[in-house]
Design a protein around this ligand. Structure first.
Ligand code: CAA
Ligand code: NAD
Length: 294
């Protein structure tokens, strides 16, 4: 970061009201983290079931904080009350920053971003938690692309420190500074990166998943690969990690990466993930992926 940008970041205050679109694995985690750090957040989904799951997960995680003696019951209840579940855009006119965390599909994301832009005040910051899709491309759906950038959290949100703040071609310095300020208020480590498919981390992670799929095509068992990577010292192997991420999300990410880097991400790599996706075996979220979850 240039020193002028650093100065701007220091001068910006964290938002007083946030919103997240999507209450799934990531949206639920972002809502919990915001609530924990006392930044009130509206959590909007299109399905009541999504909201119920998001709230239940946040309640469970806050309960663990109480069990570990880090919070009283009263503090936990107050934190949970920071999350306002919503099926519509009521209250979005008061929101300073929005994190879009709906499915990894550019058409859906563009429609949702245009919709939320119409519901927020001029100057509100819009961000996307997309894993791979170009921020400059998503910005084409917006009237005010200067107020938009990427805010890419990692899974599980409460534990993973990194947040990639992605600068699209038209993102303003002020937008980047406010997004960095929100990430910092959430206790995260923001890094500002340029825009391209997969940004920084997923340009490393998805070729790794691709190499894993190639090994399976070569006849190696996924279970053995996981055990080897654990013995190598990584917290989990690629099959288990794909189940954690979600097979549908991984499938969509692979599409974007294969289009962005056709020489490095050959379509052949995807066969294994595509096989599970077609069967609707979406990983932990559906109870069956590479592994079965009770
Ligand atoms: N949600 C919330 N908290 C969790 C959690 C979860 N799913 N899993 C663990 N924790 C918490 C525990 O409660 C514990 O908290 P305290 O320290 O406050 O007590 C803490 O994490 C450590 O727990 P464990 O000792 O059980 O930790 P672990 O050894 O199992 O490590 C982990 C947890 C760091 C998450 C580890 O499993 C890990 O590194 N997993 C890989 C995660 C990863 O690679 N994520 C990237 C996914 S890809 C992505 O996000 C990008 C994309 O665009 C697709
Ligand atoms: P998910 O399937 O768990 O949740 C998606 C949620 O979005 C669902 O609750 C769904 O009902 C909701 N939704 C769909 N359309 C909506 C709309 N129009 N308005 C509001 N809500 C809507 O998905 P996820 O894993 O949370 O992924 C969300 C985003 O985060 C994706 O862009 C994904 O690439 C990205 N991401 C995922 C991970 C991961 O490991 N899962 C990590 C980093 C980033």
């Amino acid at each position: 970061l240039k020193s002028k940008s650093r100065e701007l970041i220091r001068s910006v205050r964290s938002p007083s009201q946030a919103a997240v679109l999507g209450a799934g694995i990531m949206g639920g985690g972002i809502a919990y983290q915001s609530a924990l750090k006392n930044v009130p957040i509206i959590m909007k989904d299109i399905a009541q079931q999504g909201l119920d799951l998001g709230l239940a997960e946040a309640g469970k995680l806050l309960g663990k904080q109480v069990d570990k003696g880090r919070m009283t019951d009263e503090q936990s209840e107050r934190a949970l009350a920071n999350i306002q579940p919503a099926l519509d855009y009521t209250g979005f006119d008061k929101v300073d920053i929005v994190v879009e965390a709906v499915v990894e599909n550019p058409t859906v994301k563009k429609a949702v971003l245009a919709e939320v832009e119409a519901e927020t005040a001029d100057g509100a910051i819009l961000t996307s938690n997309t894993s791979t899709i170009s921020i400059t491309d998503l910005a084409s759906a917006l009237k005010s692309p200067a107020h938009f950038c990427g805010m890419h959290f990692f899974n599980p949100v409460p534990v993973m420190p990194l947040v990639e703040v992605i600068r699209g071609k038209q993102s303003s310095d002020d937008t980047i500074a406010k997004t960095v300020a929100y990430a910092t208020a959430l206790g995260k480590i923001p890094i500002v990166v340029n825009d391209c498919p997969g940004f920084l981390v997923n340009r490393i992670l998805f070729p790794y998943f691709g190499a894993f799929c190639q090994l399976i095509r070569d006849g190696v068992d996924f279970w053995e690969i996981d055990r080897v990577m654990e013995a190598f010292g990584w917290p989990m192997g690629p099959a288990y990690l794909l189940d954690v991420v979600g097979i549908d999300t991984a499938e969509h990410c692979m599409d974007v990466m294969a289009e962005g880097f056709p020489d490095r991400m050959k379509y052949d790599f995807r066969t294994v993930i595509n096989f599970l996706y077609e069967k609707d075996d979406l990983g932990q979220k559906s109870g069956q992926g590479f592994y079965r979850y009770e």
